[in-house]
Design a protein around this ligand. Structure first.
Ligand code: PEP
Ligand code: MN
Length: 276
């Protein structure tokens, strides 16, 4: 029978992992961590509609892509500094913290001025120079699991962050698998294993992990049931008109119910009694 943190250290097959700082690090979050906002920050008008709803729902961090890694180069996700700055200012004026994905090590200073936390996207999970630089920051750094990364590779990348001053937060965002009913396949097992082995918080991102808006609610709940400390949800005032990831955009007016259901599940979770 495997017990908590001994799981990987006792195994005799595969890579022999070494991530002492990840194992030792303790998460700071004792409440449900909720990160919500649009896939992309699109316009002043969209910002003005979204921000008040995020504030009303008491979320922890507003998310919104301002410089994104498009799967295809024809998608124009170039940085629009004026819009990024407007988004950041609008959130902060309402005491809403901002998390932004950072793609490029050369832009750390610029993004540092706009955001209260950094996000390393799935495609950059193993961009080690970027991780080393971000680890110097005192801000939280979200690390998304690459769609092909094993638990060992995920925690190895997290170790780069955990050796620094930042507070790493892991994110499960799905793998590429044989399944074709969803864009990616969410690994709740990854979440449960991380919780057994480490003190680092991990979030479920059911939006990216599934790519389908109708799966966001059930798979947010399954990720939380597996032990996630919170969740990320992409939301849009008019989901079908979302300029990126429209298929997974969750209706902004459904956010309150999603959060209420998540909080109920977290209450229920307190009473669970796993034997090992
Ligand atoms: C995102 O969160 O906007 C994003 C691009 O996610 P991922 O890196 O998981 O694809
Ligand atoms: Mn997205």
């Amino acid at each position: 029978m495997f017990r908590n943190r001994d799981f990987l250290s006792k195994k005799t097959w595969g890579p022999q992992p070494s991530y002492p700082n990840v194992i030792a690090k303790k998460g700071k979050f004792d409440k449900l961590l909720i990160i919500a906002g649009p896939c992309s920050v699109e316009s002043h008008e969209q910002v003005d509609k979204v921000v008040p709803v995020l504030v009303d729902n008491g979320i922890s961090y507003a998310r919104g892509g301002v410089y994104r890694a498009g799967t295809y180069p024809r998608e124009d996700f170039g940085l629009r500094p004026e819009l990024a700055s407007y988004w950041s200012k609008s959130c902060r004026e309402k005491n809403l913290k901002v998390v932004m994905e950072i793609l490029d090590i050369r832009l750390i200073e610029t993004f540092d001025s706009w955001s209260d936390a950094f996000q390393v996207g799935a495609r950059h999970m193993q961009d080690y120079p970027l991780l080393v630089e971000l680890a110097r920051s005192k801000k939280p750094v979200l690390l998304k699991r690459n769609m092909g990364a094993t638990l060992d590779e995920f925690l190895g990348a997290a170790e780069y962050l955990a050796r620094g001053r930042c507070s790493p937060i892991l994110v499960e965002r799905g793998s590429a698998t044989h399944e074709n009913h969803s864009r990616w396949t969410q690994s709740d097992s990854m979440i449960a294993a991380v919780k057994r082995m480490t003190g680092i918080p991990i979030l479920v991102d059911a939006s990216h992990a599934n790519g389908r808006r109708d799966l966001v609610h059930p798979l947010t709940m399954s990720g939380l049931a597996a032990g996630a400390d919170g969740f990320i949800v992409e939301t849009h005032p008019e989901p079908d008109k979302s300029l990126s990831d429209a298929d997974q955009a969750y209706p902004l007016d459904g956010l309150g119910d999603l959060i209420a259901d998540a909080k109920n599940l977290m209450e229920l979770r307190k009473s669970w009694r796993p034997a090992c």
